[in-house]
Design a protein around this ligand. Structure first.
Ligand code: MRU
Length: 344
């Protein structure tokens, strides 16, 4: 089953807030509800939220009562703005909304033809995401050796995309090729996408894994117990600086210090050539309840009035990356030159 799909005139999505305790699919008929679902992380992961925004725009088309194309385009433009504002860091969101708006403006025909064209483009974007992930996975799997132990951060699997996955898709393909792989799964505080979602996916695929808390990766890297680090990205700047789930930077630093290669796996839709370097990438700061809400032995971990911070992403500088895996091949340094080639 896909993470994000269109069925019976509704957008359906696996509810990632409650996995692995419960598997539920939720349905959406309004773009505003889709925007809230993205903010609330019913759906998360850069390519998955791009696809959700695309189908959200299709819903906006059917929600609009306008019988003129001009009126419909105005309603779609307003909906695109709402969807793009739902999370700031992953560029796939704006990329998907802008792609659909370009198609909308290019349609010559009635308002109903425009509505159907927007839905058709959303479906095309979702189908392409799966195909792109499988191409990336083939390129990335070639970097993995039989017997490798890999540290993986956050969730980058089928749940973070329409299907298959980015970094976890690479691991899944290498496993299907018969390579014996062991995955050390960073639990990924504060929302625990590793412990909850990546571990759940690895169980489905029969890939051996162990969960580690995020602060353990340095130990395993220094002890020579991990041969590769793989993670995804929410936005890659033109120079190869990579914004990804908070903790990726510390992981890459520890890997680099121990000569362990670090790969970020991204569709080219995640590469933002308009930003020269990673300091220009907007970093989402989320509600501190995500940090303070965790319990230990059934009790809150922090004093009642504790304050916290919750940046959801950090930027790994390009010097710490060995390569960036895309659907068009693996990009190596100098990234400021080679990334632009692969995007074109
Ligand atoms: O906050 P999330 O769960 O949406 O963050 C997701 C990640 O950081 C992923 O690593 C990233 O989107 C790339 S994987 C498709």
């Amino acid at each position: 089953m896909r993470t994000v799909f269109w069925e019976n005139n509704e957008l359906k999505m696996i509810d990632q807030r409650i996995l692995p305790a419960r598997f539920e699919v939720v349905s959406y008929r309004s773009h505003k509800d889709v925007a809230f679902a993205i903010t609330d992380m019913v759906v998360r992961g850069a390519p998955a939220i791009g696809a959700a925004a695309a189908f959200g725009l299709a819903l906006a088309g059917y929600e609009s009562a306008s019988s003129s194309t001009e009126g419909l385009l105005a309603d779609l433009g307003a909906a695109a703005a709402v969807l793009k504002a739902s999370r700031p860091t992953a560029v796939n969101l704006a990329w998907a909304a802008d792609r659909l708006m370009r198609v909308a403006y290019s349609v010559e025909g009635s308002a109903n033809e425009l509505r159907n064209a927007v839905l058709a483009e959303a479906q095309k974007l979702a189908d392409e995401d799966v195909e792109i992930n499988k191409r990336m996975a083939e390129h990335g799997a070639a970097l993995i050796n039989d017997g490798d132990t890999i540290i993986h951060h956050c969730n980058t699997g089928a749940l973070a995309t329409v299907d298959w996955g980015t970094a976890l898709g690479v691991i899944r393909t290498a496993h299907e090729q018969g390579k014996r792989i062991h995955v050390l799964v960073d639990e990924t505080r504060p929302r625990l996408q590793g412990a909850r979602l990546t571990a759940w996916e690895l169980e489905q695929y029969g890939i051996p894994y162990e969960i580690i808390s995020d602060n353990m990766s340095g130990y395993f890297l220094k002890a020579g117990k991990a041969q590769k680090v793989f993670f995804g990205a929410d936005r890659v700047a033109a120079n190869g600086d990579v914004a990804n789930k908070i903790g990726s930077y510390m992981l890459a630093l520890a890997a680099h210090d121990n000569n362990v290669p670090v790969y970020s796996v991204v569709p080219t839709s995640t590469i933002d050539l308009s930003l020269a370097h990673g300091d220009l990438i907007p970093i989402e700061e989320r509600n501190t309840d995500e940090v303070l809400g965790i319990q230990f032995h059934g009790e809150p971990v922090a004093p009642k009035n504790a304050k916290a911070r919750n940046p959801a992403f950090d930027v790994t500088p390009n010097r710490l990356l060995s390569g960036i895996v895309t659907e068009n091949g693996v990009v190596y340094p100098p990234f400021e030159i080679n990334l632009a080639k692969v995007v074109r």
